[in-house]
Design a binder for this molecule. Structure first.
Ligand code: C5P
Length: 305
């Protein structure tokens, strides 16, 4: 029996605590070793039964998104329907808070939420493994966003593995830029910079031993010292203004400042909840027009009704 009521799914954004980028592979992707963390900045999908597949959208950046088959929400619904051999028929509504092209995997989050919502609406009951394999066809970050938490991503990021950890909450402040960066452009810029300096790695990127210890020890100062992002020089090369935002975070007392994924969002680590409020207020007053506080880790795409 398919679910008669609408299904409502909430999905988080992600940041990368560690992003080591290896060589460019034959398929156009780079080999990665990354530590993802899902954070409390959410998009929502609501799905109703209908005779055809349709999508409406509201919120952050949705005016710039297509309603057709190029939209990741529509692609995710069709991919699930085709895998499960059911008609792709649903009315979907997307509410966005995660900014577009911000390095926070907003599009991948919407695909993850759609898979979880349609699986429930159509009662297709796919296994976690099946959902993850459909997710991987939609984008490198989609499998992680179904799962959430803090996890290791290898391959092109789609192969997600649990990280043993003790429960804790980390506090982050995000400075959202007023225009986005294209992920392929940032990877291409990294390749260009590496070719210029003959710094292209030949081997697989290594696992972040120090970061894993910091997470296990739940030590913010240790975590601050272990954060790293190989895409940061490329994002800064394309958007030199981001260096000012990163410095403003340091000056405001952040434990660490880092670019989120391919950017341009800048992420600042706070000591605790009080410190995150102080940091956010300082950044909003001095440097950045759109500042948000988020905590992590949080669960991945989950039904909320
Ligand atoms: O998988 P996703 O759709 O997020 O990837 C967007 C683009 O980012 C890819 O087309 C590729 O240019 C780049 N990318 C990459 N290596 C990865 C992940 C993404 O080069 N591991």
């Amino acid at each position: 029996m398919s679910q008669p009521n609408p299904v409502h799914v909430r999905v988080p954004a992600k940041i990368n605590l560690h992003l080591a980028v290896g060589p460019l592979r034959g398929d156009g992707f780079h080999e990665l070793s990354t530590v993802f963390q899902a954070i409390s900045l959410y998009d929502e999908i609501t799905a109703w039964h209908d005779d055809t597949l349709s999508l409406t959208m509201e919120g952050e950046g949705t005016g710039e998104l297509a309603h057709d088959d190029s939209n990741l929400v529509i692609r995710a619904a069709r991919a699930l329907a085709s895998h499960a051999r059911v008609p792709a028929a649903a009315r979907l509504h997307l509410r966005k808070q995660i900014p577009l092209a911000a390095g926070l995997a907003g599009g991948s989050a919407d695909a993850a939420a759609t898979l979880v919502a349609c699986d429930a609406l159509w009662d297709t009951r796919l296994s976690g493994h099946e959902l993850a394999s459909i997710a991987a066809t939609l984008g490198s970050d989609v499998p992680f966003l179904i799962r959430g938490g803090t996890a290791l991503g290898i391959g092109r990021g789609e192969a997600v593995k649990a990280i043993p950890h003790r429960p804790t909450t980390w506090y982050w402040v995000l400075a959202i830029a007023d225009s986005g960066l294209s992920t392929p452009d940032v990877y291409a810029e990294l390749d260009r910079l590496r070719a210029e300096t003959a710094a292209t790695p030949r081997t697989r990127p290594s696992l972040p031993a120090k970061l894993l210890v910091a997470l296990r020890e739940r030590d913010p100062a240790m975590l601050a010292a272990a954060l790293g992002n190989d895409l940061q020089p490329a994002a800064l090369s394309l958007r030199p203004d981001l260096a000012r935002t990163l410095s403003a975070g340091q000056a405001a007392g952040a434990l660490a400042s880092i670019i989120a994924g391919s950017g341009p969002t800048c992420v600042f680590l706070a000591r605790d909840a009080v410190h995150s409020n102080q940091l956010a207020n300082k950044l909003a007053a001095e440097a950045c027009h759109d500042v948000r506080i988020a905590r992590g880790p949080v669960p991945g795409a989950r039904s909320t009704v």
